[in-house]
Design a protein. Structure first.
Length: 291
């Protein structure tokens, strides 16, 4: 029998316990990241849990909305054709495409629609067991990508000489079959080497919107979720813009053009502008890792 995967922000573990207890009592097999094997490849294991699920329950709160890992999980589920069912526990502004997905409203303590949710899940489980789950058609760019970029302009200052600023990580992109709508998430690290200063930052972004234009260019519009300094050495001049603390910022754009079909590789500029002035500029390379 297939299972249900529950996606949640770690600060919402109390809500996870409530959901787990209710669904377990109803007879469902529940999986979460707490079921990961010690020492294993946690990302690959979670992806397999989602692929093999007949539904993904998304515990929706402001913390979950801002979690790169939660965004990655629901984007992956949609791309894999697994039904995503958001459970709204706190008033939260949804991001597309979740804004168009019907959710179960648990914000009122007096009205907890567990019976309706369980009925929906049982129908989905039966359909899965009878192989009635419809194949979900998606664009061939839907899936996981290895991302690399090197900045030529960072925080309004040119990167010259032996100085380097570059980002390494992964994206999961979901696109509709016609390529006109999409979304996703990114997780990675920024490496800064300026003079005698070096630093590594953890970074997570949501891809708020994505689409493919008529000329075949994949346009991505990410928004920064968070920056976190992992380690640093040396010092920067006090007046350097590089010394400013990295924080979340507005939306930026990436335009990617197909440069190779085998392997599937996309490449193009990453731009962040403020008042029509380019503040960041990099060349990004995306290599397809699979669905």
């Amino acid at each position: 029998m297939s299972h249900i995967f529950v996606s949640y922000a770690h600060n919402d573990v109390r809500l996870l316990k409530v959901v787990h207890e209710q669904l377990k009592r109803a007879g469902f097999d529940i999986r979460t990241d707490e079921d990961l094997e010690p020492g294993g490849n946690w990302r690959a294991e979670i992806e397999n849990m989602i692929r093999e699920a007949f539904a993904v329950i998304l515990i929706m709160t402001p913390r979950a909305r801002d979690s790169a890992y939660v965004n990655f999980e629901w984007a992956f589920a949609q791309g894999a054709g697994v039904k995503v069912i958001p459970i709204l526990f706190e008033t939260t502004k949804f991001k597309e495409p979740l804004a168009s997905v019907q959710y179960s409203d648990f914000t009122s303590p007096a009205v907890q629609p567990w019976e309706s949710l369980i009925e929906t899940l049982r129908y989905g489980e039966q359909a899965s067991m009878l192989n009635e789950k419809h194949a979900y058609r998606v664009h061939r760019y839907t899936g996981k990508w290895k991302v690399e970029n090197g900045f030529s302009l960072w925080r309004g200052e040119e990167i010259t000489g032996s100085d380097t600023v570059y980002w390494r990580g992964e994206s999961y992109i979901f696109l509709t079959p016609d390529g006109k709508r999409g979304s996703g998430a990114q997780i990675g690290k920024l490496f800064v080497n300026i003079g005698n200063y070096s630093a590594t930052f953890k970074n997570a972004n949501t891809i708020e919107r994505a689409h493919i234009s008529e000329d075949g260019i994949l346009h991505l519009f990410p928004t920064v979720l968070y920056w976190e300094c992992e380690k640093s050495n040396g010092e920067l001049p006090p007046n350097s813009k590089f010394a400013q603390r990295l924080t979340g910022s507005g939306e930026y754009d990436i335009d990617l053009k197909l440069i190779s079909d085998a392997p599937l590789v996309l490449q193009g500029p990453h731009r962040y502008t403020i008042a029509n002035k380019i503040y960041q500029l990099a060349e990004e390379r995306h290599e397809y890792l699979g669905f």
